[in-house]
Design a protein around this ligand. Structure first.
Ligand code: FMN
Length: 179
């Protein structure tokens, strides 16, 4: 699938079919994450793959009430938990680059999944300790986010984005870049 097609058509998926994901596809999407860029190539990320129902229930229980992705965590055949070690990345002027490293790897997984016909949904509004306990994640790693992975149950509708003129400036802040 063309990369622009993947980028433009990807949506967050919160309803899944129960069909299991073939191992080859799981490896493909993990490989896409594995080759992501990172601070000094430190690759501070780690992924925990959860398929057991009881563990998915623990993950779902660690989402605050009202998180719209809760049902998706239970429905999807696979949940990927994204962790990162802040000590294995940079910190400049209070900016923690482990979040960027981990986010880049996860987004590569997300896009690769879409190219494979699989939906995902970034889920970062969680009780970190609950996720940590469910998967025995060591204390030096932060839980950054998780995502369900599975075949979308229905075709998602496009949702709006800001126009380029609102987000891109020419030379000086405030001078709208127009296409
Ligand atoms: C860092 C991050 C955290 C997010 N956390 C959640 C979450 O906890 N629960 C949820 O349902 N969606 C979550 N989302 C998904 C966003 O709501 C979604 O990406 C946004 O509404 C745009 O929709 P789209 O992904 O379909 O384009 C998160 C997205 C990002 C990038």
């Amino acid at each position: 699938m063309d990369i622009y097609n993947v980028i433009h058509n990807r949506r967050s998926i919160r309803k899944y079919k129960p069909d299991p994901i073939p191992k080859e596809k799981i490896i493909k999407i993990l490989e896409a994450a594995r080759v992501a860029p990172s601070w000094a190539n430190k690759q501070c990320w780690r992924f925990v793959l959860v398929e057991e129902e009881t563990r998915k229930e623990k993950l779902a229980a660690a989402l605050p009430e009202g998180n719209p992705a809760t049902r998706a965590i239970l429905q999807a055949p696979l949940v990927v938990v994204l962790c990162a070690d802040p000590r294995a990345s940079g910190r400049v002027n209070g900016k923690e680059y482990y979040l960027l490293d981990a986010g880049l790897a996860m987004q590569q997984l997300v896009l690769a999944a879409w190219a494979e016909g699989l939906g995902t949904c970034w889920v970062a509004w969680t009780d970190e300790d609950g996720i940590r306990k469910a998967c025995n994640i060591p204390g030096e790693y932060r839980v950054v986010a998780l995502t369900p992975v599975g075949i979308p149950a229905k075709e998602p509708k496009p949702i709006p984005r800001k126009n380029l003129s609102e987000i891109a400036f020419k030379e000086m802040w405030g001078n709208s870049f127009t296409a």
